[in-house]
Design a protein around this ligand. Structure first.
Ligand code: 1GP
Length: 235
Protein backbone atom coordinates (compact mmCIF):
# COMPACT_ATOMS: atom_id res chain seq x y z
CA UNK A 1 0.00 0.00 0.00
CA UNK A 2 1.21 3.50 -0.76
CA UNK A 3 2.12 5.84 2.05
CA UNK A 4 0.35 9.20 2.14
CA UNK A 5 2.16 10.87 5.00
CA UNK A 6 3.22 14.11 3.35
CA UNK A 7 0.01 14.94 1.53
CA UNK A 8 -1.93 14.23 4.73
CA UNK A 9 0.43 16.52 6.65
CA UNK A 10 0.05 19.27 4.06
CA UNK A 11 -3.74 19.02 4.02
CA UNK A 12 -3.94 18.96 7.81
CA UNK A 13 -1.67 22.00 7.96
CA UNK A 14 -3.80 23.84 5.42
CA UNK A 15 -7.02 23.07 7.29
CA UNK A 16 -5.56 23.96 10.67
CA UNK A 17 -3.52 26.99 9.60
CA UNK A 18 -0.31 25.30 10.72
CA UNK A 19 2.78 26.37 8.76
CA UNK A 20 5.42 23.96 7.48
CA UNK A 21 9.04 24.48 6.58
CA UNK A 22 11.16 22.36 4.24
CA UNK A 23 14.87 22.49 3.57
CA UNK A 24 16.06 21.69 0.05
CA UNK A 25 19.45 20.07 -0.43
CA UNK A 26 21.24 20.15 -3.77
CA UNK A 27 22.96 16.76 -4.11
CA UNK A 28 25.77 18.25 -6.18
CA UNK A 29 26.74 20.61 -3.38
CA UNK A 30 26.90 17.99 -0.65
CA UNK A 31 29.38 15.16 -0.22
CA UNK A 32 28.04 11.88 1.12
CA UNK A 33 30.23 12.32 4.19
CA UNK A 34 28.55 15.64 4.98
CA UNK A 35 24.96 14.41 4.74
CA UNK A 36 24.49 13.30 8.35
CA UNK A 37 25.66 16.67 9.62
CA UNK A 38 23.44 18.44 7.10
CA UNK A 39 20.48 16.39 8.29
CA UNK A 40 21.28 17.35 11.88
CA UNK A 41 21.36 21.00 10.88
CA UNK A 42 17.92 20.65 9.28
CA UNK A 43 16.62 19.18 12.52
CA UNK A 44 18.22 22.02 14.47
CA UNK A 45 16.48 24.50 12.18
CA UNK A 46 13.14 22.96 13.07
CA UNK A 47 12.40 21.80 9.53
CA UNK A 48 9.40 19.56 8.95
CA UNK A 49 10.82 17.94 5.85
CA UNK A 50 14.04 17.58 3.89
CA UNK A 51 13.86 17.65 0.10
CA UNK A 52 16.74 16.57 -2.13
CA UNK A 53 17.09 17.30 -5.83
CA UNK A 54 17.52 20.00 -8.42
CA UNK A 55 17.26 20.86 -12.08
CA UNK A 56 20.76 19.58 -12.86
CA UNK A 57 22.22 16.76 -10.81
CA UNK A 58 25.57 15.41 -11.90
CA UNK A 59 26.40 13.11 -9.01
CA UNK A 60 25.06 9.59 -8.60
CA UNK A 61 25.19 9.00 -4.87
CA UNK A 62 21.60 9.90 -4.17
CA UNK A 63 20.80 6.67 -2.28
CA UNK A 64 23.62 7.22 0.20
CA UNK A 65 22.89 10.94 0.46
CA UNK A 66 19.24 10.22 1.28
CA UNK A 67 20.26 7.67 3.94
CA UNK A 68 22.75 10.09 5.50
CA UNK A 69 20.28 12.97 5.54
CA UNK A 70 17.61 10.82 7.17
CA UNK A 71 20.03 9.53 9.79
CA UNK A 72 20.95 13.08 10.77
CA UNK A 73 17.50 14.60 10.39
CA UNK A 74 15.48 11.85 12.01
CA UNK A 75 12.48 12.67 9.80
CA UNK A 76 11.25 12.23 6.27
CA UNK A 77 13.43 12.85 3.21
CA UNK A 78 11.58 13.33 -0.07
CA UNK A 79 12.89 13.68 -3.60
CA UNK A 80 12.45 16.90 -5.55
CA UNK A 81 13.61 15.43 -8.83
CA UNK A 82 14.47 17.41 -11.93
CA UNK A 83 14.45 14.15 -13.89
CA UNK A 84 13.99 10.39 -13.40
CA UNK A 85 17.77 9.87 -13.09
CA UNK A 86 17.45 11.47 -9.65
CA UNK A 87 15.11 8.73 -8.47
CA UNK A 88 16.10 6.92 -5.30
CA UNK A 89 14.28 4.01 -3.67
CA UNK A 90 15.87 5.12 -0.40
CA UNK A 91 13.66 8.22 -0.10
CA UNK A 92 10.39 8.20 1.84
CA UNK A 93 8.60 9.60 -1.16
CA UNK A 94 8.79 12.18 -3.89
CA UNK A 95 7.15 15.24 -5.30
CA UNK A 96 5.99 13.98 -8.70
CA UNK A 97 6.39 17.29 -10.47
CA UNK A 98 4.50 18.30 -13.58
CA UNK A 99 5.81 21.62 -14.88
CA UNK A 100 2.41 23.18 -15.48
CA UNK A 101 3.69 26.72 -16.02
CA UNK A 102 5.56 25.57 -19.14
CA UNK A 103 4.69 23.93 -22.42
CA UNK A 104 7.49 21.40 -22.52
CA UNK A 105 5.54 18.16 -22.98
CA UNK A 106 8.39 16.08 -21.60
CA UNK A 107 8.15 17.82 -18.24
CA UNK A 108 4.37 17.94 -18.21
CA UNK A 109 3.94 14.18 -18.70
CA UNK A 110 6.78 12.65 -20.76
CA UNK A 111 9.49 11.86 -18.20
CA UNK A 112 6.87 10.67 -15.76
CA UNK A 113 6.02 7.76 -18.02
CA UNK A 114 9.60 6.48 -17.75
CA UNK A 115 9.37 6.12 -13.98
CA UNK A 116 5.65 5.45 -13.42
CA UNK A 117 5.80 1.61 -13.53
CA UNK A 118 8.54 1.63 -10.92
CA UNK A 119 6.65 4.07 -8.71
CA UNK A 120 3.53 1.92 -8.94
CA UNK A 121 5.46 -1.02 -7.46
CA UNK A 122 7.02 1.06 -4.70
CA UNK A 123 5.44 1.79 -1.31
CA UNK A 124 6.91 5.30 -1.51
CA UNK A 125 4.52 8.22 -1.37
CA UNK A 126 4.07 9.92 -4.73
CA UNK A 127 2.74 13.45 -4.32
CA UNK A 128 1.19 14.72 -7.56
CA UNK A 129 2.52 18.26 -7.67
CA UNK A 130 1.62 21.06 -10.05
CA UNK A 131 4.95 22.82 -10.35
CA UNK A 132 4.75 26.49 -11.36
CA UNK A 133 7.95 28.30 -12.19
CA UNK A 134 7.63 32.02 -11.46
CA UNK A 135 9.98 34.62 -12.97
CA UNK A 136 11.21 37.04 -10.31
CA UNK A 137 14.41 38.30 -11.93
CA UNK A 138 17.24 37.00 -14.05
CA UNK A 139 16.87 33.53 -15.62
CA UNK A 140 17.34 30.62 -13.24
CA UNK A 141 18.86 27.17 -13.80
CA UNK A 142 15.45 25.56 -13.85
CA UNK A 143 14.26 27.97 -16.53
CA UNK A 144 17.27 27.21 -18.69
CA UNK A 145 17.23 23.46 -18.09
CA UNK A 146 13.49 23.09 -18.60
CA UNK A 147 13.31 25.17 -21.80
CA UNK A 148 10.24 26.90 -20.43
CA UNK A 149 9.09 30.43 -19.77
CA UNK A 150 8.21 31.19 -16.17
CA UNK A 151 4.96 32.94 -15.28
CA UNK A 152 5.80 36.62 -14.64
CA UNK A 153 5.90 37.07 -10.85
CA UNK A 154 3.23 39.78 -10.72
CA UNK A 155 0.75 38.00 -13.01
CA UNK A 156 -1.33 36.60 -10.19
CA UNK A 157 -4.32 35.99 -12.41
CA UNK A 158 -2.34 33.71 -14.73
CA UNK A 159 -0.74 31.94 -11.76
CA UNK A 160 -4.12 31.41 -10.14
CA UNK A 161 -5.80 30.07 -13.29
CA UNK A 162 -2.86 27.69 -13.79
CA UNK A 163 -3.09 26.43 -10.20
CA UNK A 164 -6.86 26.03 -10.50
CA UNK A 165 -6.44 23.96 -13.68
CA UNK A 166 -4.02 21.70 -11.78
CA UNK A 167 -6.49 21.29 -8.94
CA UNK A 168 -9.26 20.40 -11.40
CA UNK A 169 -6.94 17.87 -13.03
CA UNK A 170 -6.61 16.17 -9.66
CA UNK A 171 -3.17 17.24 -8.50
CA UNK A 172 -2.51 16.98 -4.80
CA UNK A 173 -0.69 20.26 -4.27
CA UNK A 174 0.88 23.26 -5.99
CA UNK A 175 4.55 24.23 -5.76
CA UNK A 176 5.17 27.87 -6.77
CA UNK A 177 8.91 28.23 -7.25
CA UNK A 178 11.05 31.19 -8.23
CA UNK A 179 13.87 28.67 -8.81
CA UNK A 180 16.85 27.95 -6.62
CA UNK A 181 19.02 31.00 -6.03
CA UNK A 182 16.43 33.33 -7.59
CA UNK A 183 17.08 37.06 -7.30
CA UNK A 184 13.90 37.51 -5.29
CA UNK A 185 11.17 35.40 -3.76
CA UNK A 186 7.67 35.35 -5.23
CA UNK A 187 5.68 38.49 -4.29
CA UNK A 188 3.35 37.93 -1.37
CA UNK A 189 0.44 39.42 -3.34
CA UNK A 190 0.81 36.72 -6.02
CA UNK A 191 1.11 33.98 -3.41
CA UNK A 192 -1.96 35.35 -1.65
CA UNK A 193 -4.00 35.45 -4.84
CA UNK A 194 -3.20 31.81 -5.60
CA UNK A 195 -3.66 30.63 -2.00
CA UNK A 196 -7.14 32.07 -1.69
CA UNK A 197 -8.31 30.64 -5.02
CA UNK A 198 -7.41 26.96 -4.57
CA UNK A 199 -8.38 24.26 -2.09
CA UNK A 200 -5.22 22.15 -2.31
CA UNK A 201 -2.03 22.83 -0.30
CA UNK A 202 0.42 25.43 -1.56
CA UNK A 203 4.21 25.07 -1.35
CA UNK A 204 6.33 28.18 -2.07
CA UNK A 205 10.08 28.46 -2.56
CA UNK A 206 12.93 30.08 -4.42
CA UNK A 207 14.92 33.11 -3.32
CA UNK A 208 13.69 33.02 0.27
CA UNK A 209 16.63 34.24 2.35
CA UNK A 210 15.30 35.25 5.75
CA UNK A 211 12.92 34.05 8.43
CA UNK A 212 10.96 37.28 7.92
CA UNK A 213 10.42 36.49 4.23
CA UNK A 214 9.34 32.99 5.14
CA UNK A 215 6.89 34.37 7.67
CA UNK A 216 5.46 36.80 5.09
CA UNK A 217 4.89 33.94 2.63
CA UNK A 218 3.21 31.87 5.34
CA UNK A 219 0.99 34.83 6.19
CA UNK A 220 0.14 35.24 2.50
CA UNK A 221 -1.15 31.66 2.42
CA UNK A 222 1.76 29.33 1.72
CA UNK A 223 1.28 26.11 3.67
CA UNK A 224 4.92 25.11 3.33
CA UNK A 225 7.92 27.30 2.50
CA UNK A 226 11.10 25.80 1.05
CA UNK A 227 14.56 27.25 1.65
CA UNK A 228 17.67 25.86 -0.01
CA UNK A 229 20.47 28.23 -0.95
CA UNK A 230 20.58 30.09 2.34
CA UNK A 231 20.81 26.84 4.24
CA UNK A 232 23.49 25.56 1.87
CA UNK A 233 25.59 28.64 2.54
CA UNK A 234 25.09 28.26 6.27
CA UNK A 235 26.65 24.78 6.01
C1 1GP B 1 14.20 25.84 -5.28
O1 1GP B 1 12.40 26.47 -3.88
C2 1GP B 1 13.68 25.94 -3.88
O2 1GP B 1 13.48 24.95 -6.03
C3 1GP B 1 14.65 26.66 -2.97
O3 1GP B 1 15.17 27.83 -3.55
O4 1GP B 1 17.62 27.69 -3.12
O5 1GP B 1 16.55 29.88 -3.62
O6 1GP B 1 16.17 28.75 -1.44
P1 1GP B 1 16.44 28.58 -2.89
Amino acid sequence: MKHNTLITKLKTAKEGGQKLYAILVDPDKLSVDATIEKGRMARGEGADLVLIGGSLVLGHDIDRQVDGLRDGFGGAVYLFPGSPVQYSAAADGLLFLSLISGRNADLLIGRHIEIAPRLMRSPQEVVATGYMLMGTGSPTSVQYMSHTQPIPAHKGDIALATAQAAQLLGMGCIYMDAGSGADASIPVATVGQVATGIDIPLIVGGGVRTAAQREALWQAGADMVVMGTVFERAG
